[in-house]
Write a protein that binds this ligand. Sequence first.
Ligand code: SAM
Length: 283
Amino acid sequence: LDANLADRKVVQYVINRFGIHAKHRLGQNFLVRPDIVAAIADAAEITPDVSVMEIGAGIGTLTQALAERGSDVIAFEVDQSLKRVLDSTLEKYKNVTIIYEDVLKADLKGILGDKEWHCAANLPYYITTPILLSLIHSDLPISLFVFMTQKEVADRILADPGTKDYGALTLAVQYYCTAERVLDIPPTAFIPRPQVTSTVLRLRRRSEPAVSVKDSKLLFSLIKMGFAQRRKVFTNAVKFGGIPNEISRKIFEVTGIDGSRRGETFSLEEYAALADAWYDLIH
Ligand code: SAM
């Protein structure tokens, strides 16, 4: 097939020709906007030195745009029944390899090796966040991620302290990566149409975590306590989380941070200061 796989007519043709029934369970919504697909592929910043992994090839729409930009593409697609489709739609791209496997079960370390990768993914919404978190928290050699998510999830990742969207997810992502919004995508850009607006995010892995702490486990457990009880003042939230009063009082004293503020108002730097003070008290 020699056509732009982001073109609505072409997607409709492929769907009819192969008798595809989009599987809701696998989040199969296919993009039908060439401009948007081009913007996503551009956001992946493909250069001759980096390879691209894609998650969720579908009928090959984004795969084609990535392959056209010249780099090697490894795409994961869990739905084996799409093999006969992709064999045809991507036939002419010798730089594409499709792996028919659940990306969460694949041996990514073995497949990616040591060279630098960028990652592009348009996945079912319910698994985007777990996959995203597991990839950024891993030591895989992926330096840049372009992810489509539900707009609400993107807003949470990009949120500022003290806002309603700010939470553990914001900090879990921003600890490892800088994050920026690439574009919002309306439901009309897909066949079939999803219920919600989507957002494409670009995450760039930091060379060092955003804050340096003595023990990142303590940092993340404080963050968890702070947001599990987000309407409580932080002193009570950490008490609820199992830190005795006499310890937390000292943590606030050493850091000069006011424990009567809510955990949802603390910046990552403040959480880091609290975590290090806690570390010093228990070691
Ligand atoms: N990239 C295409 C596009 O933009 O039109 C299709 C995107 S569609 C929203 C998501 C795709 O991810 C589906 O084809 C689905 O089968 C696949 N998928 C779902 N879960 C997956 C997983 N765990 N590993 C790999 N692919 C998965």
